[in-house]
Design a binder for this molecule. Sequence first.
Ligand SMILES: Nc1ncnc2c1ncn2[C@@H]1O[C@H](COP(=O)(O)OP(=O)(O)OP(=O)(O)O)[C@@H](O)[C@H]1O
Ligand SMILES: [Mg+2]
Length: 268
Amino acid sequence: MVIAFVNHKGGVGKTTTVAHTGYALAMNGLRVLVVDCDAQANLSAHFGIRSTDSLYSVFKNPTAPLPMINIPVHSFHTNSSTPNANGTLDVFPSHRSLENADSEFASLDGREYLLAEVIERAHLQDRYDAILLDCPPSLGLMTTNALTVARYAIIVMQTEFFALDGIAALYDKVNALKKRINKRLYIAGVLATMHDKRKALHKQILSAIQAEFHDTIFSSVIRSSVAFAESSAVGKTIFQYQPGSPAVRDYETFAHELIEKGILGAKI
Ligand SMILES: Nc1ncnc2c1ncn2[C@@H]1O[C@H](COP(=O)(O)OP(=O)(O)OP(=O)(O)O)[C@@H](O)[C@H]1O
Ligand SMILES: [Mg+2]
């Protein structure tokens, strides 16, 4: 199952969501691949990976081995140091060279299918239960490629001012793609992130988002916590670096919600 995490607004929590959801799903026994589709390579850095390979190098050289890197995952009980026997987490890294892709492939026939072809060629859908795509903050080539191959799109939204600005453009993009290229694409929902329930403004904005998207908003809400920035600074998720942080629970809950809603298959 391929899921694209999207919002062309920057800094809303897409990368943090892919890293932590991926880790939580692997802790639940799923075989997970997280794909860094962004030339900023933040997802790679989140796992302490500095790679010179990226989707760009694979697009350029389709027969090259894929540069996936395995991250050891510990069992669901966050204080356990026993590696989970079943769940696995692999990262498909990125590098700033991926910046070239937009201009270089702009007039290539079938440019929307570059990522789909990589996934198809290596049978990644058979090898993984969940393939999570971390999209860049733009509606350019890589987001188009992600939405072309994804079964589900999840819109990540910060409960801040202007959260809803630009969302119409994102829906237009998804609907146009659905009509033209990927009929099976479905918006699984909106995930609210960086929420501080002590702030009246955040509560108001969360209510506005809930009113706007009523049945397509996930009931899991990701709280605002400095633990995320602190952990990413040392190339780890909070599951690995600050397992005692209360924020750990939010992505566990979200991972369970994805399984409960049937978006991803349960493994345990
Ligand atoms: N729940 C949270 N609470 C507090 N800080 C967070 C939270 N989630 C993410 N952050 C921080 O906010 C910043 C932006 O997050 P992130 O990189 O995940 O967003 P993004 O949407 O992927 O950004 P971009 O659009 O640039 O790719 C990072 O510094 C991250 O550590
Ligand atoms: Mg990002």
